[in-house]
Design a protein around this ligand. Structure first.
Ligand code: FES
Length: 107
């Protein structure tokens, strides 16, 4: 596996009146994660955070998905992004950020 962890952050933007989209909030979250994740990450392999188009979970957004584990999250603020980075990416402590996880994986 080339990346030990690969995180896709939806940055899709739609016009007003269309289906809700993630871009407004996720643009600042993507920027924060890109700026801070590489220096914080202590894993043995490579980490990549990148923008993605619509991941089709728009109503649960703003969304991101982390592979290879396939966990989905909704981060609504920079404070959430800090917790995600510190607790999940750095410490692998999923239990402490369960409130950010999108649990219904079957939609
Ligand atoms: S616009 Fe983000 S999941 Fe669809």
């Amino acid at each position: 596996m080339y990346y030990e962890r690969h995180i896709f952050v939806c940055e899709n933007e739609r016009s007003p009146g269309e289906r809700i989209s993630c871009a407004k909030k996720n643009s600042e979250i993507l920027k924060y994660l890109k700026q801070n994740s590489k220096t914080s990450y202590k894993g043995s392999g490579k980490l990549r955070v990148q923008r993605a188009g619509c991941l089709d979970r728009c109503e649960q957004g703003p969304v991101l998905v982390s592979y290879p584990e396939g966990k989905w999250f909704s981060l609504k603020s920079i404070e959430d992004a800090k917790r995600f980075l510190e607790k999940y990416i750095v410490s692998d402590d999923l239990d402490s950020i369960r409130d950010l996880e999108i649990l219904d994986q079957n939609i």
